[in-house]
Write a protein that binds this ligand. Sequence first.
Ligand code: AMP
Length: 374
Amino acid sequence: MSRHLGILGGGQLGRMLALSARELGLEVTIIDPGKAPPAAAVAAHIHSEYGDQEALERIAQSDALTFEFENVPEQATRILEQKLPVAPPPRALKVSQDRLVEKNQLNQLGIETAAFCEIQSEADVLLALNELGPVLLKTRTLGYDGKGQALVRDASAAAAAFASLKGAAAIAEGLVPFDRELSSVATRARNGELAFYDLTENHHKAGILRRSFAPAPNISKSLIAQAQDITEKLLVELDYVGTLAIEFFQVGQRLIVNEFAPRVHNSGHWTIEGAETSQFENHVRAVMGFPLGSTEHLGHSVMINLIGSIPPAQDVLAFRGAHLHDYSKDPRPGRKVGHITIRRDSEEEARAVAAELEELIRSHEKGIQPSSET
Ligand code: AMP
């Protein structure tokens, strides 16, 4: 059996993947252009750009290769797939890197997305406003956590919003009047076996995920069936291997896809403590060609992202059922530096602990505000 996993990218997702791989006895090597990325603490680190030929030759010595985020150059994965198994497939990476290609692919599969228009000029923004009402302008590539997005309410804001794109290719999306946001995380093995986690309810602020609840409360059979149907269609179409996440808008009893990520996902972090097998371990199992583990949930989980700073471990860990994950990143406003998962037997208990922890986080943030400005 294969013994060495290569990962393009060494952020917190790479670190949690590497930790899972190490538990399975695998060696792990990452490529990351950063000096000391989070995964370097738990994996061998090739310090270089992703396209560097010598770095690619070195990581090609692994038995299988994966990536931790969708902005690694597709070309690097195409080169590597000539030499070793690469999962998820480069095509999944390519489709997810461009919002226009992604939406067209989803619509071709009969999967509903927000209504959208391609934007190449200020006149296109005016046309989009006419057709869709208020729109969100989003850059086609490199946007994440709400970055590269502008809300355009009417024609008077069109010129400034188009200028803010600074020439980047974009789309305009109609606003979806959603009741809530949900996500599905699932893993597909090399032999086509599928494993679905429970749907997760996600709360965002300023485009950044703040909190996830799993299993999502008040989920009907119809929502589960729709989510699994959409996920399966996409996994099969892309001939996918590994963990994939899809972000949904729930409108009544209908699911509309916002976007998908060909990787492990922030809204699946609760699976480390809250599921029989985590999204990270199942991803590693799939990439290495191992059988998948059970995705059964254990109790009820609330995941809270730590943005910008981390309260003292001493205080967080005093809460029963709290699990702290510190990514060893330099604190910086708006940066995801860690998360806490609270797992308890009942949803009420998990929510009560989460509310108290959020109070602790707020008072910690207030305490450090003046120094974070400098
Ligand atoms: P994204 O970067 O596309 O994941 O968007 C970040 C967040 O902005 C989403 O999680 C939603 O809360 C919100 N959002 C994005 N697109 C839309 C849309 N078309 N309609 C309403 N809200 C949206």
